[in-house]
Design a protein around this ligand. Structure first.
Ligand code: ZN
Length: 319
């Protein structure tokens, strides 16, 4: 168990960095779900940090807000070079694997409103962006999100161009939050593993943010990954859930589609109610132990982090 390489594919902690003057990423906070001391206690080696652009900034202020969040993210990483490592390449993943004391951070963007051309994507790529959740729940210029319940829209022409460019550059295409039509359009266009950074199984919990079986199958067949979301509402549809509910979703996915397509995508600091037993990121070793007892060390290690690493190695640029 000790030393199990752990990856979390989604958190919204940058929202706290941006909006909460009492929050300090580098010290233990009594509220919320994630900070550096708790990442360390949780044994997390790589955390995907989403830049989540709040709806009030959309559409016209989305670009300046995304730029601001990008700056805040880099200021955070740069302020503790001895403890944090920015991850942008396959090489960085290898270096991280040899430095268990460093916490890797990968920059993601949740809602692609700021990406309005291949050139603007390239600008953010140069700034370290390596995962884009194409939409939040709304429609944007790339695609329709899952909240567009009656529009029937999918990936736009610009969205198709941007997905192609993401494949080319080495940026993960995240299908969490997409409408079903958008999902299938992306699945048809992307030539890299599909990533659903923070979604669960719809068959177990019929929340619109969860994935239907045919979507899970498409992700698994692409060599991609589904990051299990710890929101109680996405686990069982209520305010109250347990660690056991997380295990149920994992069990359903691994029994149906194998051990290679499941990882973690906690959504910490983006969700209101977390499961009993997984109250914050520091509790991840408890989940690791449960997975070992059910599936053995090798398969548990895949779910806790190795699958994310394998998928990212197939997507990110080499050096
Ligand atoms: Zn989200």
């Amino acid at each position: 168990m000790e030393g199990m390489f752990t990856v979390d594919g989604h958190c919204d902690t940058m929202l706290r960095v941006m909006n909460d003057p009492d929050y300090n990423f580098f010290s233990e906070n009594t509220d919320g779900h994630l900070d550096l001391p708790r990442l360390k206690r949780g044994g997390v080696n790589l955390q995907v940090m989403a830049l989540f652009v709040e709806s009030r900034f959309k559409p016209f202020q989305a670009l300046p807000r995304t730029v601001e969040m990008t700056g805040a993210f880099h200021r955070l990483v740069d302020s503790r070079p001895e403890e944090l490592k920015l991850v942008t390449s396959q090489k960085d993943l290898e270096v991280l694997g040899k430095n268990p004391k460093k916490t890797g951070l990968l920059m993601g963007l949740e809602g692609g409103e700021a990406i309005c051309s291949p050139e603007s994507l390239y600008a953010f790529f140069k700034l370290g962006l390596r995962l884009v959740t194409l939409t939040w729940n709304q429609r944007n210029q790339l695609a329709d999100g899952v909240g567009e319940t009656c529009t029937g829209g999918g990936l736009t022409m610009m969205g198709r161009e941007v997905v192609g460019e993401m494949n080319e550059l080495g940026i993960a295409v995240d299908v969490s939050h997409l409408s079903e039509k958008s999902f299938w359009d992306v699945a048809g266009v992307s030539n890299k593993p599909l990533v659903a950074s923070h979604s669960n199984a719809y068959t177990l919990c019929d929340h619109r943010r969860n994935l239907k079986d045919d979507q899970v199958k498409a992700i698994a067949e692409s060599g991609g990954i589904i990051g299990i979301n710890f929101s109680n509402y996405f686990l069982n549809g209520t305010k109250n859930a347990q660690l056991e509910d997380v295990l149920k979703h994992i069990d359903y996915l691994v029994k149906g589609w194998g051990f290679d397509c499941v990882g973690l995508g906690s959504d910490y600091d983006g969700i209101g109610f977390t499961p009993t037993g997984l109250e914050d990121i520091s509790h991840l070793p408890v989940l690791g132990r449960e997975l070992i007892s059910r599936y053995g060390e090798t398969n548990a290690a895949k779910i806790m982090g190795e699958n994310w690493i394998m998928v990212l190695k197939r997507i990110l640029p080499s050096g």
